[in-house]
Design a protein around this ligand. Structure first.
Ligand SMILES: Nc1ncnc2c1ncn2[C@@H]1O[C@H](COP(=O)(O)OP(=O)(O)OP(=O)(O)O)[C@@H](O)[C@H]1O
Length: 329
């Protein structure tokens, strides 16, 4: 019994599992095999395979409607798949969703925090909900406040926080029970660039501590900066997976050749040459960009109009694989 005569919860429940196999180094943080989900006539998830190792940041990158949020909801047991298997740190979901959830911290996209309470009260509530032992709660809350840089706002009401602080509170809430795996659904959507940088800094620090994070995003820069591995999703399946560097090498080559403000006949010529060589093209404003441009012509001087060269990036890969232009940050 605790000091106040209340039972003391076992400390093993604080971010740890009693099952020695769970969270062991060989176990995947997430494993999805041939997962499918349909809403009416719409096949939203269409044979999804994912295997996320522990100790990395893994990003699901995809355009609107690719199925990222549906995947997140299936991982926490909020939405059931029609077929296939899902396991989180060795726990099959939804069969053992409760155990899986106790090992996860979830940062939702929407701000659903209670507005009538202070930041500290909010975190205390989450710590209790996540069965952090009573005697450890204050320290757990202090640590979460510090990680999310909210210590100085601990006694502010949650409805008085700025948009960026509210988002940081969602992160603090997710971390209060020291989860083995943190799921983040579009962690910086709708934030201004400075607030986004602050969140990236926090996530980079968590990564340096060895946390496993899986985040959805449609911001390419977010995936490129933070993720160790990226899965590009389109129409409910993974169309490519690898480190950002591997994806760029595989799908965009070593050079992008850019032609600026071409008249129509020259534009058509470049497109034809690219097409004959099997090279993807994209328009960026008035610029026509040819990916794997190093293969456009062996003799780079042979085209009769000026072009420039640049290093390819993950945005080029995204556009090539999904056919979607990049949303504005
Ligand atoms: N409850 C639902 N009922 C019917 N259709 C749904 C439901 N939830 C999602 N969808 C549809 O499933 C598809 C995938 O949605 P989802 O939210 O998973 O995509 P997303 O990749 O997260 O997109 P976004 O980046 O816009 O959040 C969309 O076409 C969406 O309209």
């Amino acid at each position: 019994m605790g000091k106040a005569g209340r039972p003391v919860e076992p400390s093993e429940s604080f971010g740890h599992s009693l099952d020695p196999a769970v969270g062991a180094p060989g176990i995947s943080a997430l494993k999805l095999v041939d997962v499918r989900k349909r809403y009416g006539h719409l096949q939203v998830i269409d044979g999804l395979h994912l295997d996320v190792p522990q100790g990395s940041i893994f990003s699901l990158l995809g355009p609107n409607g690719a199925g990222k949020s549906t995947t997140m909801r299936m991982l926490v047991g909020q939405t059931r798949s029609d077929s296939g298997s899902i396991s989180v740190l060795g726990h099959p979901v939804p069969a053992r969703a409760r155990e899986a959830r106790s090992l996860m911290g979830v940062v939702p996209q929407a701000d659903n925090s209670d507005e009538e309470i202070t930041v500290r009260e909010c975190l205390q509530g989450f710590a209790a909900l996540q069965r952090v032992p009573r005697r450890e709660r204050n320290a757990a809350v202090d640590r979460a406040l510090e990680l999310a840089r909210l210590t100085s706002r601990a006694d502010s009401r949650t409805d008085r926080l700025s948009g960026g602080m509210k988002r940081r509170l969602l992160i603090a809430r997710a971390l209060v029970h020291r989860p083995r795996l943190v799921l983040l659904d579009e962690p910086t959507v709708g934030l201004d660039p400075q607030m986004r940088q602050e969140i990236w800094q926090i996530l980079a620090e968590l990564r340096a501590e060895g946390s496993t994070m899986v985040m959805t995003t449609h911001y390419i820069e977010e995936a490129e900066r933070l993720a160790d591995r990226v899965a590009v999703m389109a129409a409910g399946r993974v169309v490519a997976e690898g480190t950002p560097r591997e994806l760029v090498d595989r799908y965009a080559g070593s050079d992008v050749r850019e032609f600026h403000g071409l008249p129509p006949e020259e534009d058509a010529l470049v497109r034809r040459l690219a097409d004959e060589a099997g090279l993807p093209v994209r328009n960026v404003g008035h610029t026509l960009a040819v990916l794997r441009g190093e293969r456009l012509l062996k003799d780079r001087a042979a085209l009769p109009f000026a072009s420039t060269w640049r290093r390819p990036n993950l945005e080029d890969v995204f556009v090539t694989l999904t056919g979607e232009e990049v949303p504005a940050g």
